[in-house]
Design a protein around this ligand. Structure first.
Ligand code: GLC
Length: 654
């Protein structure tokens, strides 16, 4: 980035020019007073062993309405109890609401017909950007031909016959319902995989927070709100649970990676049983990774629930508001970092094994940005929340600036990097992160299309991770972390690199794979992450849903429709695998689970959204005009480079 721009950023963020937002710490005194006065009581006693598990038992008084926050060393708030009495009402009496989860009529409308009727966001009639039947049939024939199979009239007819597509959808709904997990009689989540052939279950019998998101969205789109509401409220209870690893506790506000419903003997009464929720915050997970994405997804789902069901009472609850604030505090806490991006360890998101993404991985930044925007929409304007909102707004501006400016890469930028000077000691260095041009890998020089671009995987001092990570890029489009131009360019790249990113099964988790010595050093010779397998260039059907939301947002649903058609050829026949291997995604993954729930749910969400693109707005966040103004002010302070909308003279106070 050029001198003027960086100075403007520094000035804006340090307050030497009029501020748009204050940068006070979010740990304000007033906020903690608000918390303690409203609903926290100090306690002296440590929780007993059984309180480690959230339990549901009809014999115990107030079974899970009271639970303990543990902070061994006193922590920020010491030990306290929060009574979440409201939650009690949904305990152990869900039988009647379970029956509300009924099987509704399947949506037999073929998505292409529907996509014609409604434009994604504004509901206008739109026929320009959708595939029509003939076009999709052509695509399908081409795909058959590219596989070396001559399409017969019969195969083409079969493939496109609406009933066969409907039967895949029906099967997917059956599988999704079979994966539902119940707690105290009510649906609370979906199991990660229900693979009858699986030899080692590991933790795939748990409800993963990130895996439940497409399940939850599918249920919301179907009008089945109970399971999502229960999931939101029960995982909220787990957020504040005691979590330690070798006597160390992570920050309050962390959401678990997964949880399991266990049936255990009732405390003090061996003849009776009770159900307990047993969370895993990474203390048991392979590699002991803290799931940074869980809380961010939780906020995104909470907003989607409110938008979809119209029931805002959940997000308005005091305990839910506290949950949002705890996640924000954890993410917005001051640290040593110079960047506005979140600093995390390797494996803290969907890629939950060592893959060299530690630092500031794009996936986390996109979810962070999205969660900040969603939280801002939902936070109640309480006394004492002004500081938190200010910190949040500051971060939004700085984060979007940082990602749009420094993570973006296309032919032009690549050429700039190629000609970078290095070792520039000064405030006005062009090559701020001291990137050595030799880092530009030979694959990238060949791979970068003339039209299109993407956000790189990670940025550190003297290090740009040029790998293309799909989820981070797609969610940057959905959340408007990427500019409009960048968002279109990302989809242009998806189209240009179709054979690499989609090939025989959408969608590659990252491109390219780490191979040879790089694989040895970066993954630690991980036998599960061998080249073009699993996280290392494997293809994950679940990513279809994020692709679909991104395409709908950009009014280019035909790209997602084409990917769905490809998935439909194999996904059911292959038994809904977790991931596929090889460069072209030709094999079911080496250690892939079958009947992986988020593969099923991801497909369903794509189908439902393509049938009714306007429903995608529950997930989309449009570019915020205040942020655009703040961003433009920074850019316009740059004499060498003007970008985006015209700078507005308007000053705004948040
Ligand atoms: C694997 C994936 C992770 C997922 C989990 C459960 O560990 O890497 O993203 O949440 O399986 O499906």
């Amino acid at each position: 980035m050029s001198t003027g721009t960086s100075e403007a950023v520094l000035q804006v963020l340090s307050g030497s020019v009029p501020r748009f937002f204050d940068s006070d710490s979010c740990f304000s005194k007033s906020d903690s007073i608000f918390l303690s006065k409203s609903y926290m009581k100090c306690v002296k006693k440590r929780a007993s062993r059984y309180m480690k598990l959230l339990s549901c038992s009809s014999t115990r008084q107030n079974p899970i309405g009271t639970y303990r926050f543990h902070s061994i060393g006193g922590g920020l708030y010491g030990n306290f109890i929060i009574d979440r009495f409201q939650l009690l009402s949904c305990k152990c009496q869900r039988a009647e609401s379970v029956s509300e989860v009924t099987v509704e009529d399947g949506n037999g409308t073929w998505f292409v017909d529907e996509a014609k009727k409604i434009s994604p966001i504004n509901g206008m009639v739109n026929t320009t950007n959708v595939l029509d039947l003939k076009e999709v049939q052509k695509l399908d024939q081409e795909d058959f031909s590219s596989n070396g199979n001559i399409p017969t009239a019969e195969t083409v007819r079969d493939t496109f016959h609406k009933t066969s597509v409907d039967s895949i959808e029906d099967e997917a709904w059956d599988l999704l319902r079979e994966s539902m997990v119940y707690y105290c009689g009510g649906p609370i989540g979906t199991i990660a995989a229900k693979d009858p052939t699986g030899s080692s279950v590991l933790n795939y019998d748990q409800v993963f927070i990130r895996d439940f998101i497409p399940s939850g969205i599918a249920f919301l789109l179907k009008g089945e709100y109970d399971i999502v509401r229960n999931f939101i409220l029960h995982t909220l209870q787990l957020q504040s649970w005691e979590k330690t690893m070798d006597c160390h506790s992570p920050g309050q506000g962390l959401m678990p990676a997964s949880f399991k419903v266990r049936t255990v003997p009732l405390d003090g009464d061996d003849s009776a049983m009770e159900e307990v929720l047993d969370p895993d915050f990474g203390e048991a997970a392979i590699g002991r990774v803290a799931p940074v994405d869980s809380g961010l997804w939780w906020i995104i789902l909470l907003r989607a629930y409110g938008k979809s069901s119209g029931d805002l009472s959940v997000q308005e609850r005091v305990d839910v508001q506290t949950g949002i604030r705890m996640i924000l505090r954890l993410c917005l806490a001051d640290g040593f970092d110079m960047f506005p991006t979140l600093l995390v360890t390797d494996g803290s998101c969907m890629v939950d094994r060592r893959m060299g993404i530690h630092g500031h991985p794009l996936e986390i930044q996109a979810l962070f940005y999205s969660a900040l925007l969603c939280a801002r929409e939902m936070l109640a304007p309480e006394d004492g929340s002004a500081d938190l909102i200010r910190a949040l707004n500051n971060r939004l501006v700085a984060l979007s600036f940082h990602i749009r400016e420094y993570y973006w890469i296309d032919m032009k930028k690549l050429n700039e990097i190629y000609r970078y000077k290095t070792e520039e000691y000064s405030y006005d260095a062009v090559n701020k992160f001291n990137i050595y041009p030799d880092q530009i890998s030979p694959w990238l020089v060949e791979w970068m299309p003339n039209k299109g671009g993407y956000l790189i995987g990670n940025l550190q001092p003297a290090h740009m991770d040029f790998r293309f990570f799909s989820l981070g890029n797609l969610w940057s489009v959905v959340s408007s972390l990427a500019t409009l131009d960048q968002s279109h360019a990302i989809l242009d790249l998806v189209e240009a690199k179709w054979a690499d990113l989609v090939a025989d099964m959408p969608f590659k988790i990252c491109y390219p794979a780490l191979e040879g010595q790089e694989w040895q050093i970066i993954t630690g010779s991980d036998p599960k992450n061998t080249p073009w397998s699993y996280h290392n260039g494997g293809s994950w059907p679940t990513l279809l849903w994020q692709l679909t939301v991104a395409c709908i947002k950009m009014n280019r649903p035909e790209i997602a429709a084409k990917a769905v058609k490809i998935a439909e050829k194999r996904i059911s026949r292959d038994k809904w695998p977790e991931y596929y291997d090889t460069k072209r995604a030709r094999f079911i993954g080496k250690q892939s689970r079958l009947f992986q729930t988020w593969s099923v749910a991801g497909y369903l969400v794509s189908k439902l959204l393509l049938a009714d693109p306007s429903a995608a707005k529950i997930l989309i966040t449009e570019e915020d005009s205040e942020l655009v103004n703040a961003f433009s002010c920074m850019i316009s302070a740059n004499p060498r480079r003007k970008r985006g909308r015209k700078s507005s003279k308007q000053t705004y106070i948040v």
